[in-house]
Design a protein around this ligand. Structure first.
Ligand SMILES: Cc1cc2nc3c(=O)[nH]c(=O)nc-3n(C[C@H](O)[C@H](O)[C@H](O)COP(=O)(O)O)c2cc1C
Length: 262
């Protein structure tokens, strides 16, 4: 029989055989904890390329508007976006995040008022230094946050600094910022994929969100997301995204630590 992996790239049927010296999970682990076979369907290379290209073009269109329409958005869509975000990987599978959602006019008003208060100090009383203000200049952001009342939903993502068990015991969470950041990215992606839009907003310091939303001491505000449809005709800054060669480095050999000289 000829080796099917010789000429063609491997496929689901012709996966290159590989022998592991230390298979996972080891038998004694599997005897103690539940495991099951991972669900996975390998795609053919053409489908992979098509999906990769199409998803990239879809994500290229994601923008952060600063004027939202007040058109309502069904709660089910917000729930699905949060459920999607919650599939994110997390340190020791602690899922150290909490998405707090509101469409209450009263709550949104309180958030807007407190956010504008903080942003007034940031923008008008120089809590932001000159370098920061210079970086923000092309965006033209200021302390006015009307969209916080107009967008139909606000979701505030909190990082859970530590876990509090029902009996009051505390347990450490691991890689809280990394995990919550990944969940945030997946949340934004889920919203974009369903045709909604959001602004990643950080009116810092954001402790007021703990107070207004009545959250416990172990949660810290991470990002505030107004969510809805963009106001028709809304403008966004014309920004260029870095080309691949500025965000990607391919390494083919281990670095020797010896400086090249020419
Ligand atoms: C962590 C983080 C914090 C941000 N905070 C704010 C903010 O407080 N106010 C704001 O108007 N935009 C904020 N942005 C949005 C960025 O300005 C925006 O993502 C960036 O200019 C690129 O534009 P785009 O999202 O339309 O591609 C924030 C983005 C990130 C990732």
């Amino acid at each position: 029989m000829t080796d099917p992996t010789q000429d063609k790239p491997p496929t689901a049927e012709t996966t290159i055989p590989v022998q592991y010296e230390h298979p996972y999970p080891p038998a004694d682990l599997e005897a103690e904890y539940p495991f099951h076979e991972m669900e996975y369907t390998r795609l053919d290379p053409d489908t992979m390329a098509e999906r990769a290209e199409s998803f990239y073009h879809q994500m290229e269109l994601r923008r952060s508007p600063r004027m939202f329409s007040s058109d309502p958005v069904p709660a089910e869509l917000i729930e699905l976006a949060i459920a999607t975000a919650s599939t994110a990987p997390s340190g020791a599978h602690k899922q150290p995040w909490r998405f707090v959602a509101t469409q209450s006019a009263e709550v949104k008003k309180a958030i807007r008022s407190a956010a504008e208060e903080e942003e007034r100090v940031n923008y008008l009383e120089s809590r932001m230094n000159e370098e920061w203000q210079e970086a923000l200049a092309p965006l033209g952001t200021d302390h006015h946050k009307e969209f916080l009342e107009i967008a139909p939903w606000i979701v505030v993502l909190f990082e859970e600094r530590y876990e509090v068990r029902p009996d009051g015991q505390r347990r450490k969470n691991y890689y809280v910022k990394e995990s919550t950041g990944i969940a945030a990215g997946m949340f934004i992606t889920a919203l974009h994929n369903m045709g909604l839009t959001t602004l990643t907003h950080t009116p810092s310091p954001m402790n007021f969100l703990t107070r207004v939303l009545g959250r416990p001491e172990n949660e810290r505000p991470f990002v505030l997301f107004p969510i809805g449809y963009p106001l028709p005709g809304v403008k966004v800054p014309t920004l260029a995204r870095k080309p691949l060669d500025q965000v990607m480095v391919m390494v083919d050999h281990p670095h020797t630590g010896v400086q090249d000289s020419d």
